[in-house]
Design a binder for this molecule. Structure first.
Ligand SMILES: Cc1cc2nc3c(=O)[nH]c(=O)nc-3n(C[C@H](O)[C@H](O)[C@H](O)COP(=O)(O)OP(=O)(O)OC[C@H]3O[C@@H](n4cnc5c(N)ncnc54)[C@H](O)[C@@H]3O)c2cc1C
Length: 396
């Protein structure tokens, strides 16, 4: 990493020796277990990095911010450091961790049954995997309004789930799904009347099929079909009909974690661009000595520093118990747009070398593209900032 792109003592995300040590440890782990060539092989073969996952479990990093009784520890700042470092190299694992932390948070907050608590402990220990199934074919952005998956009460006291979820990260390898389904038709507001269930993936009626995506190839993205899947009432997480409201806090944290992922992608791409353009000679001079490439790279570094500052500030406010939603949204906005732009320009700066699948630049572009529209698309992020931060009339 170029010294100028490193965190500095005094940075919000470097303010403790423990966090500096965490960053160093993750870097070392990636160097040892998932260096660039290995990540590229897994990306080509669309394989999950099981060895890296086991090591993250061993180090207790799968449960950052979970309650200590479940083997958790640390807080959002540690999550951000982990995700940023992963995203620079094995980006799919950063995507996996965003989903992992979301389900950990959901289970820690709303898992009241013995089974939910067992699943949480196993999830943190790396003994089970849980996917978060909210999006549907008719829409991800306004999913509550268009949700077709139904939870119908049956005589046994349980529910029958019927519908389809789509784009579900890691579902092909998951043992459990957190499923959001409409449980009552409440006219007042679409976010009411939706319930969250913790469902084993091996129940009759569940079918999971992989989707061929542009990037994040080392983590499956799946369609999940629920064909009259019967579940007992105890599978409800939190309160009946309150599932969507319960999920909102998770979505906000996902946004901040997505900022860390895209910051990592942007830093990884910029580092590659700097390395390549210093070494590659054109007209007898390094590409990096021309003014246009330099300006691109300087602008990239400035954007990333701005994103890092916003992200750090949002994290500190969140840890202090404040509301960091707007700052977290801004961090995600800047970082995700920077990541796409930097990796795209990075490919240009590398010429033909940026067009080969052997180069990590094209993978960073494909992987980083995800967070421009997920977990919330940047147009909606702007809409929400307009309304919530500037007090403008609702635009959607
Ligand atoms: C690789 C991958 C992994 C994913 N993992 C998960 C997961 O684990 N669980 C899960 O539940 N979901 C997951 N998703 C789904 C993701 O959250 C959705 O793709 C996202 O919410 C956008 O929804 P959509 O794709 O239906 O886009 P749409 O809702 O169809 O929106 C399309 C576009 O319309 C525009 N738009 C929408 N609303 C507005 C507006 N009000 N104003 C202006 N423009 C607007 C935006 O440009 C937006 O990108 C994943 C998606 C992918 C691709």
């Amino acid at each position: 990493m170029m010294p100028a792109l490193e965190t500095q003592p005094g940075d919000p995300l470097m303010d403790s020796p423990e966090r500096a040590e965490l960053r160093r440890m993750i870097r070392q782990l990636i160097e040892e277990i998932s260096p660039a060539e290995h990540t590229s092989v897994l990306d080509e073969s669309e394989t999950f990095d099981a060895q890296l996952y086991s090591k993250l479990a061993e180090l207790g990093l799968l449960g950052i911010d979970a309650p200590e009784e479940f083997g958790g520890g640390g807080d959002v700042r540690d999550q951000l450091v982990l995700i940023e470092e992963l995203a620079k190299g094995p980006t799919s694992m950063a995507a996996f961790m965003i989903s992992q932390f979301a389900v950990v948070q959901v289970l820690a907050s709303f898992g009241r049954t013995a089974q939910a608590r067992e699943v949480l402990a196993a999830l943190v220990a790396g003994r089970t995997r849980v996917s978060f199934a909210l999006s549907e074919p008719d829409g991800g952005t306004d999913v509550a309004r268009v949700m077709k998956t139904r939870a119908r009460r049956v005589d046994s006291g349980g529910f029958v789930l019927h519908g389809q979820k789509t784009w579900i990260s890691g579902a092909a390898e998951a043992d459990w799904l957190v499923v959001l389904a409409r449980s009552s038709e409440i006219e007042r507001s679409p976010v009411e009347g939706i319930t969250m269930f913790l469902v084993p993936t091996n129940l009759p009626g569940i079918e999971i099929r992989a989707i061929d995506t542009l990037g994040i190839h080392s983590l499956s993205t799946c369609d999940v079909f629920l064909d009259d899947v019967e579940v007992p009432e105890e599978t409800i997480l939190g309160d009946l009909d309150r599932g969507m409201r319960q999920v909102f806090a998770t979505v906000n944290r996902e946004g901040l974690n997505a900022a860390a992922a895209t910051l990592g992608v942007g830093l990884g791409a910029l580092e590659l661009a700097i390395e390549h353009t210093k070494e590659r000679f054109v007209f007898g001079k390094p590409v990096a000595s021309f003014q246009v490439p330099q300006h691109w790279m300087v602008d990239a570094a400035v954007q990333l520093e701005a994103a890092r500052s916003l992200m750090g500030r949002a994290a500190e406010i969140e840890v202090a118990g404040g509301n960091a939603d707007s700052l977290a949204s801004m961090a995600k906005l800047i970082a995700s747009e920077a990541a796409v732009e930097i990796s795209l320009k990075g490919m240009q700066l590398m010429g033909g070398a940026g067009y080969t699948r052997a180069s990590a630049m094209q993978r960073l572009f494909r992987d980083g593209r995800l967070w421009s529209f997920s977990p919330l698309n940047n147009e909606m992020v702007r809409n929400r900032l307009g309304e919530g931060w500037l007090g403008l009339p609702r635009s959607y």
